[in-house]
Design a protein around this ligand. Structure first.
Ligand SMILES: NC(=O)c1ccc[n+]([C@@H]2O[C@H](COP(=O)([O-])OP(=O)(O)OC[C@H]3O[C@@H](n4cnc5c(N)ncnc54)[C@H](OP(=O)(O)O)[C@@H]3O)[C@@H](O)[C@H]2O)c1
Length: 248
């Protein structure tokens, strides 16, 4: 029997588009109050307008230590705690090393690794506290990638390195927090239609090769909702989710 999210607060980074936006919508649909985090305030305001009193907007760059710490404190002040953290904000630039721009590599490491570390570090004490409350459990879900599980492919070396890094961090954190009843899980999507894959051309390429198409952001939001609505005795540690026809 799935647990309700009524009375809980969920923080979703990257809530201004794609998987993060769909996840925020899905968690609010299950009864959570959702803190929407990203840099594009207009996009967050539009989503908050749709979700009404279930949502609050926090404009933040997840690579900025001080801003992330201030934001988590503001979430707790305004929404009363943190029961669920979804680390979704991410960036991908798939270029072979010989042609790569170092600034792009740095952005991937900053957003995909440091962003996850900073938001998780700032939220952790509140998650531990929430796990001692009426729900009796708290959740950290990080949106990694198939690229965090499989051996990297050409052009995806740095992106894959960032996702392997967060997978390693997440597994250690899972072991550290199990006794405190904070569940730590990974969702590892294959190709999903989003700004990231529309801009890179990966979505168009997948449309051409997959008769059934690529996944939609809501397919990954479903995986996150499944994880965080398990009975408190059950932790889903990892979900690898691909389009039916994606082989690698
Ligand atoms: N699409 C796929 O096929 C796929 C597959 C596997 C894994 N993923 C992962 O899924 C996650 C979401 O990606 P998506 O596909 O939904 O792409 P997307 O639509 O481009 O969304 C990326 C999100 O990250 C936020 N973000 C980026 N840099 C940020 C920063 N410095 N501070 C705060 N927020 C930042 C963006 O918001 P702002 O620009 O408003 O800040 C946006 O909301 C990423 O971690 C990605 O690696 C995607």
């Amino acid at each position: 029997m799935a647990e309700t999210l009524e009375g809980t607060t969920a923080v979703v980074t990257g809530a201004s588009s794609g998987i993060g936006e769909a996840t925020a919508r899905a968690l609010a649909g299950r009864g959570a109050r959702v803190a929407l985090l990203a840099r594009r305030r207009d996009r967050l305001d539009a989503l908050a307008g749709e979700l009404g009193d279930r949502a609050a907007v926090f404009e933040v760059d997840v690579t900025d230590d001080a801003a992330v710490a201030e934001t988590m404190a503001a979430v707790v002040r305004e929404l009363g705690g943190i029961d669920v953290l979804v680390n979704d904000a991410g960036y991908g630039s798939m270029v072979p090393a010989l042609e790569a721009d170092l600034a792009e590599w740095r952005t991937m490491v900053d957003v995909n690794v440091n962003g996850v570390l900073l938001t998780t570090h700032a939220a952790l004490p509140h998650l531990v506290e929430a796990a001692q409350g009426p729900r009796g459990v708290a959740d950290v879900v990080t949106i990694s990638s198939v690229a965090g599980r499989k051996v990297a492919s050409p052009g995806a070396g740095v992106y894959a390195a960032t996702k392997h890094a967060v997978n390693a961090f997440s597994e250690a954190l899972r072991q550290e927090l199990a006794a405190r009843h904070v569940r730590v899980g990974l969702v590892e999507p294959g190709l999903v239609r989003s700004e990231m894959t529309e801009h890179s051309g990966a979505a168009a390429d997948a449309e051409e090769h997959f008769a059934l198409g690529l996944m939609e952001p809501g397919d990954i939001a479903d995986a996150v909702v499944y994880m965080v609505t398990r009975p408190r005795r059950t932790a889903v540690n990892e979900m690898l989710v691909r389009p039916t026809e994606q082989t690698r």
